[in-house]
Design a binder for this molecule. Structure first.
Ligand SMILES: NC(=O)CC[C@H](N)C(=O)O
Length: 376
């Protein structure tokens, strides 16, 4: 055996994850020795576990990886999507255990440092099929050494309040705000509901300097910045729990070019008077086919969401620009009169398909047109 690796080591600490509907999946624990409650969702991406781990939109959730091997390459912060891991825990089939001799951090070490629990050795195919059939679920992850029966863990999963109606964006938004890319022709205010750094990199690549402001920033404070555009970020949990935010977005409409991604798309929808409701198990992966209804082109997209805009609830002055070809849900909208558009998926995804990068260029064009006196 190569001495530098200790593949699939340490099946020492037994653990299990119990779902609120009574299903239980067994494995062994890694990372922090701390029991946790959360919502179990599955992600079908084959790569990019670091980016998944550091995507703040997963706050409150357990991510079940359908890809069989996780951790085969070590973690580092370079490609992180945020300043820490916000998700509640991870569920993997085969955990690879990279040795410290490579001077890199193994996934186990990383989870320990981030104080997050994991469970490995789980039949993630069975768990995923279960979630697909019965929907995303409240769950309890038992990794501590203390004795606990399955029934006790199921009861704890059931007793948890869940993510519906909950504001987690306020928990992950950076209260301090910051500047990203000091140089750029256009100045953007990005509202941070749990923003992924790769969105900022992509805005910067469009000649934009960005002032990131925390959730709760008022219309007046945004406008004081005299921005050329406002970006509404992705973020965790239920957009319906954020009326103060989408009512503020209503004030921005028509005054300034707006672009939204994921939670930002849902908040724009709510600001426009649409309804946003929960899907059965959501979309979490990087191969979702989306049709651009304006061009007819199909994009392969990266996604991570549980909620979606109800198409029928959209007012007449809003048009659906993108739909998901798997389940026909709304994937993008734009206002017919005001400069405002958003997508439910992640054009910035890294790693991931780059089919949708054009959206950042469209935001720039929208800003240029608005400056030049044109509207939508
Ligand atoms: N990535 C996101 O912004 C997710 C938005 C929202 N929390 C959802 O689950 O639908």
């Amino acid at each position: 055996m190569n001495e530098k690796f200790q593949w699939k080591a340490k099946r020492e600490r037994k653990a299990f994850i119990a779902l609120a509907d009574g299903a239980v999946f067994h494995g062994y624990a890694f990372g922090e020795k701390k029991d946790t409650v959360g919502e179990a969702v599955f992600n079908t991406g084959m790569a990019g576990y670091k980016q998944i781990l550091t995507d703040p939109s997963y706050a409150g959730q357990f991510v079940v990886f359908t890809t069989a091997e996780v951790g085969a390459y070590a973690t580092n912060f370079e490609k992180s999507e945020s300043r820490q891991v916000f998700l509640n825990g991870i569920v993997v089939n085969s955990l690879d255990w990279v040795s410290k001799e490579l001077n890199e951090e193994s996934l186990h070490d990383y989870m320990l440092a981030q104080k997050k629990a994991g469970i490995a050795g789980v039949d993630t195919r069975a768990l995923t099929l279960h979630l697909r059939t019965h929907g995303a679920q409240k769950a309890y992850l038992h990794v501590e050494d203390t004795e606990m029966t399955e029934a006790e863990a199921i009861a704890k999963a059931k007793a948890w309040e869940g993510l519906d109606g909950q504001d987690y964006a306020s928990k992950v938004s950076d209260p301090n705000g910051y500047e990203f890319n000091n140089e750029g022709k256009y100045h953007i205010v990005a509202l941070d509901f749990g923003i992924k750094t790769n969105i900022l990199r992509n805005l910067a690549a469009q000649d934009m300097r960005i002032t990131v402001m925390p959730i709760g920033t008022s219309y007046e404070k945004i406008m004081e910045q005299k921005p050329d555009g406002v970006f509404l970020s992705n973020g965790p949990a239920d957009p319906n729990s954020l009326p103060q935010v989408y009512n503020m977005v209503k004030q921005l409409l028509g005054k300034i070019p707006l672009m939204g991604i994921c939670l930002g798309n849902q908040l724009l929808g709510l600001a426009l008077g649409a309804k946003v409701s929960k899907l059965k198990f959501g979309h979490h992966g990087c191969n979702h086919p989306v049709k651009n209804l304006l061009t007819g082109a199909v994009e392969i997209t990266s996604q991570n969401h549980n909620y979606a805009i109800d198409e029928k609830s959209l007012p007449a002055d809003v048009e659906v620009t993108h739909i998901n070809l798997n389940d026909n849900t709304v994937e993008g909208i734009r206002h017919k009169k005001f400069p405002a558009f958003s997508v439910q998926y992640h054009p910035e995804s890294a790693p991931g398909p780059n089919d949708s990068m054009y959206l950042f260029k469209e935001f720039k064009k929208m800003i240029e047109d608005f400056k030049g006196g044109k509207n939508a």
